[in-house]
Design a protein around this ligand. Structure first.
Ligand code: GCU
Length: 605
């Protein structure tokens, strides 16, 4: 009994359940809600006069009051009702030319009526706001959120009125050295309410969250937990998975928590070949929520990655959250279907969602399509490693990402970093982050996209790279970004390059590639042509095939994407052109090279 109790306690602490964190409603899209998506009034406020007066004291007319002049002689220098409008969800940069480069504060305001059934509770839900959000309802501050790619919820029970509610959001995408990401990145800093907004209505006692996954190391036990909010103790909780013959009932403890340990005889495991999703219903006396969940195991054995106990090669591609065709921040189910449809066309069974948690439509489409996912937190390049607030921010963002996506079978890897220069403070920071991820979610693998040192003894005929980043010691899977043929020597340099590592661990080559402007043709010595990009891929793939511990590839990148670093006129025009596909969905020659490679890899068993 003692060990069972210990197990249950350990189980209970898994997957992002840190008692001190704000409520994050599990499976928000499935909950009864009123959407606040649509046109919001906005005020662009670079000097933050919406908060402070000329002496930098709190303004007497703060924008969050959404006020109107009391009479014709009243001076009031803002008016949401006659201000411009922006679509929500959506970044501001791609909606208004004068905001294309804008970094700073934009105030958003939406009016709405709301009928709250007596005894029910209401929550204001945001899919994401980039980067710093402050939210008011009817002039009352609800709270703040930091981080541009994870959801957050504020309870508004007792604050929301039947008519004439005014929700005001201050969104600020200013970059900061101590932020996550820091001031330097190779993607567009799309600001604003970039994902959905809704009001979720729930009973007084509701299912706040749940974890329902295959227990690590077992093929026939579903483990996890359910957490109830309101009237917590002694709640009867049932979990039904009809197709798996499961209908169990348990009872919550005094904190509203119930651990699950459900033996199951026959379960069709989720895989890229057969992405089986089960309908799962969690219910209590007053609440019910239904999800579609896949069950699979993921682990490593030496240099192999095992999916459901069998070695797998991850045929992947990296993807930014860039909207196909229109550019700007992707946010919709249609964007997800387009991007992941191209990945499937490429022959992928895997996608690296760089460099931050993508919107939930991407994860649910990956579940449906059978695409394994590398999900990343934006600990990117030169983070303020010595700053405790920076660590807390990174830890919180990855925790929110795990809390949102912990039931998605597609996610097999949590990545804690991208291309972070090796140093004692950095390795300590990331080691602590890895430890937190493993504690929060012991069922998945942890990785990072690392750099490699140049071979100090490279010659004209040999180039030996050793992947010995100290961070590799605590990762389950090594990730490495390399650009032989683009940033590093000629494409032919790949022919004389060999790779080794002191770690007996799998390697995913998480980035390689080259730029090409779609439709620009020439000989394969000419930069920016499709022919040059094609040649880089040909030499890269031949090299990759010679790496004995390689177990996956995610070339950079599926589609061209906006970046403020890419200014070459008529070629880049603020786009990074390493896409295998142009922003208009046109496939470059290298797409075919990668497609042939994956066709061959898929045939290898
Ligand atoms: C880096 C980085 C990417 C960047 C890419 C490039 O490896 O991880 O974010 O876009 O290289 O330079 O194109």
């Amino acid at each position: 009994m003692k060990y069972l109790l210990l197990t249950l306690i350990l189980l209970g602490t898994t997957t992002g359940v840190r008692a001190d964190t704000p409520v994050l409603i599990g499976n928000a899209p499935a909950r009864a809600s009123q959407s606040l998506n649509g046109k919001w009034r906005v005020i662009v406020d670079p000097f933050e006069y919406g908060l402070y007066d000329a002496r930098m004291q709190p303004s007497k007319e703060p924008y969050f009051n959404d006020a109107k002049p009391k009479d014709k002689s009243t001076r009031l220098e803002y008016d949401f009702d006659t201000s411009p409008q922006l679509d929500v969800p959506g970044d501001w940069n791609s909606q208004m030319d004068k905001l294309f480069f804008y970094e700073g504060t934009v105030w958003y305001r939406q009016k709405f009526d709301y009928s709250l059934k007596p005894g029910n509770r209401a929550w204001l839900h945001f899919g994401a706001v980039n980067y710093q959000a402050s939210v008011w309802l009817n002039g009352e501050k609800l709270g703040d959120h930091t981080g541009g790619f994870t959801p957050f919820d504020f309870e508004i029970t007792g604050k929301v009125k039947p008519t004439g509610n005014s929700v005001v959001v201050k969104a600020d995408n200013t970059r900061h050295k101590e932020a996550v990401p820091t001031t330097n990145a190779d993607w567009w800093n799309y600001g604003g309410i970039t994902r959905e907004v809704s009001v979720i209505q729930l009973p007084a006692t509701f299912i706040e969250d749940y974890l329902i996954q295959l227990q690590k190391g077992s093929g026939n036990v579903i483990a996890g937990w359910v957490r109830i909010n309101g009237g917590k103790a002694g709640q009867k909780v049932s979990v039904r998975i009809p197709e798996a013959g499961i209908d169990v009932t348990t009872t919550t403890d005094e904190t509203g928590y119930a651990a699950l340990h459900i033996p199951v005889s026959s379960l069709k495991l989720w895989s890229p070949e057969e992405p089986k999703l089960y309908e799962v219903t969690v219910s209590t006396g007053t609440d019910k929520v239904t999800d579609r969940i896949g069950f699979r195991s993921i682990e490593t054995r030496g240099t192999d990655i095992l999916l459901n106990g069998k070695p797998v090669f991850l045929r992947g591609v990296s993807i930014h959250e860039e909207a196909p065709f229109r550019s700007g921040r992707a946010f919709s189910d249609e964007d997800a279907r387009t991007l992941l449809g191209w990945a499937k066309e490429l022959g992928c069974n895997f996608v690296r969602l760089a460099h931050y948690p993508h919107n939930e439509f991407m994860l649910r489409e990956a579940d449906r399509l059978g695409l394994m996912v590398w999900s990343e937190t934006p600990v990117y390049w030169t983070i303020a490693w010595d700053n405790p607030a920076t660590f807390a921010n990174a830890a919180n963002q990855i925790d929110e990402s795990i809390r949102r996506d912990k039931n998605r079978a597609a996610i097999i890897l949590w990545s804690v970093a991208n291309e972070t220069p090796i140093g004692a403070a950095r390795t300590d920071f990331l080691t602590r982050l890895v430890r937190q991820v493993k504690q929060a979610d012991p069922t998945r693998l942890v990785t990072a996209a690392m750099l490699h040192e140049a071979d100090a003894k490279a010659t004209a005929t040999s180039n030996s790279i050793v992947l010995d980043d100290p961070l590799g010691a605590v990762l389950d899977v090594l990730g490495c970004n390399e650009y032989i043929g683009w940033y590093d020597g000629t494409p032919e340099k790949a022919d004389r390059t060999t790779w080794s590592s002191p770690y007996n661990k799998p390697l995913i080559m998480s980035e390689f590639g080259a730029d090409a402007l779609f439709g620009k043709h020439g000989d394969d010595q000419t930069r920016w042509t499709e022919e040059y990009q094609e040649k880089v891929f040909q030499h890269q793939l031949a090299m990759l095939d010679r790496i004995p511990f390689l177990r996956g590839t995610s070339p950079w990148i599926l589609m061209d994407f906006r970046s403020p670093r890419r200014t070459l006129p008529d070629i880049e025009d603020y786009f990074n052109r390493k896409g295998l596909v142009s922003i208009r969905g046109e496939k470059k020659k290298a797409f075919g090279v990668m497609q042939d490679y994956y066709r061959r890899k898929a045939a290898e068993k």
